[in-house]
Design a protein around this ligand. Structure first.
Ligand code: ADP
Length: 305
């Protein structure tokens, strides 16, 4: 297959009067890790569900692993692995049985399936757990098993909807290690995430979407260079607000107050730091701009449901 592994053009989807995906276009190429970022309700899951042919779009075209979706969604899905937002392992089955039953959907010969199980469990850090009941696994183990399950058909594209939501930092790192390993093997990944550090560590390209439309799409570093000043000083403490209004605004290229913190964005933070050093009642953190800053700049600070 040549061309993008997934191409979405002018995708539209509405629920009642609410158009939740409004003309979204993007393409993912082989070997990429493409992250869809957006606040809650931005339309990320709906987009993934359209791409998998699980719901019908109201407009636009989708081409997944060379097949038109939804028309040939079943054919396309055979070559795709999916990690859904909520784990849906069968609690009545063992680890191994879950993989076997899932593999059955792809009509893989039983012998092939059985041969794949040991290396997949090894990959997921679950070696020796084949006969273990799902009920006794930790959240992190379940997530890793769901990832292993998504690989049972040796997919060309792996689609992950918030792969580490609800996991503790150790468990998240294990998932990231697994995903990096897959990328090294040349797999292609599409993921949605709320975690900017996840996107920063994994994504070769990312798209920020809000209200169903694409706001920006590029490599993380290119987006940072385009949209955000390179240096950030976070100022907090009892005198932070007064300092921000009397001194900070003039010294920063851009200043935002959020709760008790003043976020100062600057091309050169030296004047800000010099001023802060002489000011009582403020504490501060000087750091390079990151994807969180980009995300807030593009989508705002107000809370979404
Ligand atoms: P995200 O994954 O970015 O958080 P979703 O795609 O889940 O966003 O949801 C986008 C919007 O569509 C939300 O406002 C959500 O409430 C709405 N929505 C999602 N699924 C349905 C549905 N089955 N029926 C009605 N509204 C839905």
């Amino acid at each position: 297959m040549t061309g993008p592994i997934l191409r979405v053009a002018e995708l539209r989807k509405r629920y009642g009067n609410h158009e939740v995906v409004r003309g979204l276009s993007f393409a993912i190429h082989r070997g990429e890790c493409f992250a869809l970022l957006g606040p809650n309700g931005a339309g990320k899951t709906t987009t993934l569900r359209c791409c998998l042919g699980l719901i019908d779009p109201d407009g636009g075209t989708i081409d997944l692993v060379g097949e038109p979706v939804p028309k040939a969604a079943r054919e396309a899905r055979i070559r795709v692995g999916v990690v859904p937002q909520m784990d849906n392992l069968d609690p009545d089955f063992t680890v191994e049985e879950n993989l076997l039953v899932y593999g059955g959907y792809f009509q893989l010969p039983r012998q092939d399936l059985e041969r794949r199980i040991a290396p997949l469990l090894e990959f997921a850090g679950l070696a020796g757990k084949a006969k273990t009941s799902i009920r006794t696994l930790s959240g992190g183990m379940k997530r890793r098993l769901t990832l292993a399950r998504a690989l049972i058909n040796d997919p060309d594209l792996l689609i992950l909807d918030e792969p580490t939501t609800g996991l503790d930092p150790q468990a998240r790192h294990l998932i990231w290690d697994g995903l990096r390993q897959l990328l090294k093997q040349g797999k292609t990944i599409l993921l949605t995430t709320h975690f900017m550090d996840e996107a920063e560590r994994l994504a070769t390209r990312l798209a920020v979407i809000d209200h169903g439309t694409m706001i920006a799409c590029d490599a993380p570093r290119a987006l940072l260079a385009q949209y955000v000043e390179p240096e950030v000083v976070e100022v907090y403490g009892e005198a932070a607000k007064t300092w921000a209004e009397t001194r900070g605004r003039a010294l920063a290229n851009r200043l935002e107050l959020a709760g008790e913190t003043a976020f100062c964005y600057a091309n050169d933070a030296a004047p800000l730091l010099a001023d802060l050093a002489t000011h009582a009642g403020v504490r501060y953190l000087h750091r390079p701009a990151n994807l969180e800053d980009l995300f807030i700049k593009l989508t705002g600070r107000e809370l979404r449901d």
